[in-house]
Design a protein around this ligand. Structure first.
Ligand SMILES: [Zn+2]
Length: 449
C-alpha cells in the first residue's frame, strides 16, 4: 500500500517464450490512462496489439493510444531484435525493457506490478524490486541508462551484505566461463567497502550483472575489470565487464567495483553535473581501498595527489558545472577529480568542526536513511543543501558556491599543509607534525585518535 492516496498500481503479466524469440505482455491498467510508451520502443513491432477483448489497437508516433473504455492491453514483442549488443554464450539473452515494456507515465508513488511468467527451463535477472516469488515492482526512476533483463541459461547468485544483498547474474561469454568463487569474492569485498561507509549497503537489493569479456578494453591495460557502470532505470543496477583470466588478487586490487558501488551512496544527479557523482565515487574508491588495506595510507594520498595534478594540467579549464559543455575527453580529469577535491574538503572540514563525530560517511548515512534509493534526478545544489541540512553544518553549500562555477580545480595547498601531506612531484610525503594528522589518518582508516 502506498502512503500517497493518489498513487496508482498497474498490473502487468510478462511471459517470455522458451526459445527467447518474443515476450507476450498483458497490461491491466488503472482507470484513466490514455497512452502507453516505451522510451526505446518501436511502434512498428506492435503488430499484434489488441485490447483484452481482441479488438485491434493503434500505435503511432511512439504511443499506444487508448480510448476511455480501454484499460487492458495485449501484445507480443520480438526479443531478438531488441537484444543488446553484448557477446554472450548462445543461450543467454540480454534485453532492455525500455524497448518492449510499454507503460503509462508514472507519478510519484505509482507502480507497475509485474508478474513474470518464465518457463522453468530459463533463469531470469531483473532490475526491479522483488515483492514476492516471480513478482516485482517498478516505480519512477531517473532512467539514466537502459536497464537490462537477462533471460536464458546463466547463473543467478546472491551475495549477502550488511542490510542488503546483491542479486548477481553471471553471464558467460562465447568462450569464457566465469569462475564463480572468484567473482563472488571480489563483488563481496567491493560491496563491503561501500557498506563499511555507514554500516549497510545503500541499496537493499541491487541487480548486478557480470559479463565475461575478453582482456582489457581500458586502453589495453589488461585490468581485471575493464569496464563497469551504474544503471538507474526501474531500479538500481551495476554492470561489469570482466576478464576471467585475471587472478583473484588482480580483482581485489582493482578499484572499478568499489567506484561503481560508491555511486550508489548518492542519488542520481543531473547528468550535466557529472563532476559531483564521479567526484564522490573517485574520492571513495581511494579511501575505501585504503581502509580495506589494498593501498597504504601513503599510496592512497599519493594516488589522489597524482589525479589532482592531472586535473590541474588542463589548459584553460572550465568550471566543474560547465564541463558538460566540453568534449568529455578534454575535461575528463576535471570531471572526476574536482568533485573528489570537494568531497575531501567537506570530509576534513566536517571532521574538524565536529571533533571527529561527523564526517562525509555519517552524513551520507543519514542521506541513505531519508532519501535512498531515490527514484528521481537531483540537482547539484539541491544535493549539497540536503547534506548541510542532514549534518547541521554549513559546509557543502558553501563549497558548492565556491567551486561549482569557478574555473578549474579547488586549491588544496592549505588543506594539504594542515593534513601533513607534502606533494613531491606525483608522490607524497606524509608528515607527522601537522595540525590535522589525526584526521588524515582516520579518513584512510588508520589509527583513530
Ligand atoms: Zn563513475
Amino acid at each position: 500500500m502506498s502512503l500517497l492516496s493518489h498513487a496508482v498500481d498497474h498490473h502487468y503479466r510478462l511471459s517470455p517464450d522458451e526459445s527467447l524469440d518474443h515476450i507476450s505482455i498483458e497490461a491491466r491498467l488503472a482507470p484513466g490512462i490514455s497512452a502507453l510508451t516505451a522510451r526505446n520502443g518501436d511502434t512498428e513491432m506492435l503488430a499484434s496489439l489488441t485490447d483484452c477483448n481482441g479488438k485491434r489497437l493503434r500505435a503511432s508516433l511512439g504511443h499506444i493510444r487508448l480510448g476511455a473504455d480501454q484499460s487492458c492491453v495485449r501484445y507480443d514483442y520480438p526479443l531478438r531484435r531488441s537484444s543488446q549488443r553484448v557477446r554472450l554464450a548462445d543461450d543467454i539473452l540480454v534485453t532492455s525493457p525500455s524497448e518492449w515494456l510499454w507503460i503509462p507515465t508514472l507519478g510519484e508513488g505509482d507502480r507497475v506490478l509485474i508478474e513474470l511468467d518464465v518457463p522453468e527451463t530459463l533463469r531470469v535477472s531483473v532490475p526491479w524490486q522483488s515483492i514476492g516469488s516471480g513478482a516485482f515492482a517498478l516505480g519512477p526512476s531517473p532512467q539514466s541508462s537502459r536497464s537490462n533483463l537477462v533471460l536464458g541459461d546463466f547463473r543467478n547468485r546472491t551475495v549477502p551484505l550488511p542490510g542488503a544483498e546483491l542479486r548477481v547474474a553471471l553471464l558467460d561469454g562465447p568462450e569464457q566461463t566465469l569462475d564463480e568463487d572468484k567473482i563472488l569474492s571480489w563483488l563481496e569485498a567491493a560491496a563491503n567497502d561501500v557498506a563499511g561507509v555507514y554500516g549497510r549497503f545503500p541499496n537493499p537489493s541491487p541487480q548486478v550483472i557480470v559479463i565475461a569479456s575478453g582482456p582489457g578494453r581500458r586502453g589495453g591495460s589488461g585490468s581485471a575489470v575493464p569496464f563497469g557502470h551504474v544503471i538507474r532505470d526501474g531500479g538500481e543496477a551495476v554492470r561489469f565487464f570482466v576478464n576471467n583470466d585475471k587472478s583473484l588478487d588482480d580483482y581485489l586490487g582493482d578499484w572499478t567495483a568499489t567506484h561503481e558501488f560508491a555511486h550508489l551512496l548518492l542519488p542520481y544527479i543531473d547528468s550535466r553535473q557529472k563532476w559531483i557523482s564521479e567526484g564522490f565515487a573517485s574520492y571513495y574508491q581511494n579511501v575505501l581501498l585504503a581502509r580495506r588495506g589494498v593501498y597504504s595510507e601513503e599510496d592512497a594520498w599519493g594516488r589522489l595527489n597524482r589525479s589532482f595534478n592531472r586535473a590541474n594540467e588542463i589548459d584553460d579549464p572550465p568550471s566543474p558545472n560547465n564541463t558538460g559543455k566540453h568534449p568529455f575527453w578534454e575535461v575528463r580529469m576535471l570531471v572526476y577529480w574536482s568533485g573528489a577535491a570537494v568531497a575531501l574538503l567537506a570530509d576534513v572540514e566536517l571532521r574538524e568542526m565536529s571533533d571527529g563525530k561527523e564526517s562525509l560517511d555519517t552524513v551520507l548515512g543519514r542521506l541513505q536513511s531519508c532519501c535512498l534509493p531515490s527514484h528521481r534526478q537531483w540537482r547539484g545544489n539541491e544535493f549539497f543543501a540536503k547534506l548541510d541540512e542532514l549534518s547541521g553544518f554549513e559546509v557543502f553549500s558553501r563549497l558548492y558556491e565556491e567551486h561549482a562555477d569557478s574555473r578549474g580545480m579547488p586549491d588544496l595547498t592549505e588543506l594539504c599543509r594542515k593534513l601533513g601531506i607534502k606533494p613531491v612531484g606525483d608522490k607524497v610525503e606524509l608528515l607527522d607534525d601537522a595540525p590535522l594528522v589525526h584526521i588524515r589518518r582516520s579518513i584512510m582508516g588508520q589509527t583513530r585518535s
